[in-house]
Design a protein around this ligand. Structure first.
Ligand SMILES: C[S@@+](CC[C@H](N)C(=O)[O-])C[C@H]1O[C@@H](n2cnc3c(N)ncnc32)[C@H](O)[C@@H]1O
Length: 416
């Protein structure tokens, strides 16, 4: 053999995947992770040329199931507009149980999700997409024109009022975090229709699939999610009570309708020694805390979320840091937050609580007691959420559980 180069193969050169390969790989990934389950949704992801909506972004990343393409950030660095991650879009479409011929309102535009919805409802259906930001709607309009979706109407308006000229809708898909349900969303939904909405309840956001039942909404499942905050009339952001301000190691409490914390006393408490309490309740590595946290927020009155930057953890200020926030029981000058520790079983973690302050131990014990109650009575159960108009008398609401009072609605969380 001589050393002449082999012209038939060149393993150094990686072929760039074609657009269609990227779309097919995305569809396969969404099937694999269980987010795209119906053939209509899978077919939509195989078809929509989503990268054209954000030409400034790397094309391959726009077809990454987990990646949202951020398109706008406010003056505080908070993301306020994006094209949602494909995983989240698929999840919401499945929650919406959208079928050909339906009329769908999308709240919060971007372009790609409206196109996916248009694929699913088909030629006999229609999609209306509304966004408060004219820059977003002009980008979405250009994308939908370029990709040829004629059954989508793009509106620039505050979705607080829905889209009255186009109502009623079979489905309303909200793609922005909401702390409340404006009356227009219920009024413009057909009875029996589905509203899918990332609803923030005492700091916890879940994308809830609701079914309209007369004047109120009844949940039919929910999923964990994160979305950009609502702007306009319905703007209602969580407040951060800062307990430690060091850059990169900030610690604070996200307050969402909870009693106002005594920040000075809690700052002192954070500097005091920890008290650890352990529950004996364990979770597998892939099990999420999402249902436990819903139980804790139902059962305990004053439970804001502890938010900490990674530096706070590495500095030893807190044992756990999660971008979603950690349920934290607060009482006056003391607090206790949920945590986990490794066990001697591989990939199993024990749930516990860490208390700080003069009554840190009692609060940690109280939190652990509720972790045990969840494990004993509700593990495997799912919370049931209903939304009633504000002013609905108590005797029409579910009897037990948690009530969250918002401007337009009374949200209830109950357990079987
Ligand atoms: C996550 S983005 C929408 C993404 C889009 N559904 C997609 O994936 O193609 C959320 C959008 O909600 C919009 N928004 C925020 N508050 C709004 C309001 N009150 N009415 C209408 N749109 C709003 C923002 O401008 C932002 O563009």
């Amino acid at each position: 053999m001589d050393n002449a180069p082999d012209m038939t193969t060149n393993t150094d050169v990686q072929e760039t995947p074609t657009e269609q390969q990227l779309r097919d790989a995305l569809a396969e990934k969404l099937i694999e992770i269980g987010e795209a389950r119906s053939s209509r949704v899978v077919a939509a992801f195989r078809t929509v040329r989503r990268h054209l909506a954000t030409p400034e972004a790397d094309m391959a990343s726009t077809y990454n199931a987990e990646v949202a393409t951020i398109t706008k950030t406010d003056e505080h660095g908070v993301d306020i507009s994006s094209v949602s991650a494909p995983r989240v879009q698929a999840m919401q479409m499945e929650q919406g149980d959208i079928a050909p011929g339906m009329s769908v309102l999308e709240i919060g535009s971007g372009g790609p999700n409206a196109a996916l919805l248009a694929e699913v409802v088909g030629e006999d259906g229609r999609v209306v997409t509304v966004d408060i930001d004219p820059e977003v709607t002009s980008r979405a309009t250009a994308f939908l024109k370029e990709t040829g979706y004629r059954n989508v109407t793009v509106l620039t308006a505050d979705a607080e009022h829905g889209a009255p000229d186009h109502a009623p809708f079979d489905r309303i898909i909200v793609t922005v975090q909401a702390a409340d349900i404006p009356p227009a969303w219920i009024a413009q939904l057909k009875d029996g229709g589905r509203l899918v909405v990332p609803l923030r309840m005492r700091g916890l956001t879940r994308t809830v699939a609701f079914v309209r039942d007369g004047d109120h909404l009844v949940s039919d499942g929910f999923e964990l999610c994160g979305f950009v905050p609502m702007q306009g009339v319905g703007e209602n952001r969580v407040r951060l009570a800062v307990l430690h301000a060091e850059e990169g190691a900030e610690v604070g409490l996200r307050v969402d309708g909870h009693p106002e914390p005594d920040t000075a006393a809690l700052t002192k408490a954070l500097a005091m020694a920890r008290n650890e309490q352990w529950s004996g309740v364990t979770l597998g590595g892939s099990e999420s805390n999402e249902h436990l946290d819903m139980w804790l927020t139902t059962a305990l009155d004053n439970l804001p979320l502890l938010a900490a930057k990674p530096g706070a953890r590495s500095r030893g200020l807190v044992a756990s840091a999660s971008p979603l926030g950690i349920p934290t029981l607060v009482d006056g000058d003391s607090f206790a937050y949920r945590t986990v520790r490794a066990t001697d079983q591989e990939d199993r973690y024990e749930l516990g609580a860490i208390g700080h302050g003069p009554r840190g131990q009692q609060l940690a014990e109280r939190l652990v007691e509720e972790i045990r109650t969840w494990d004993r009575d509700h593990r495997g159960d799912r919370a049931h959420i209903e939304v009633y108009p504000a002013g609905t008398p108590d005797d029409r609401l579910p009897a037990d559980g948690r009530r969250i009072e918002r401007r337009h609605s009374r949200v209830t969380i109950t357990w079987p």
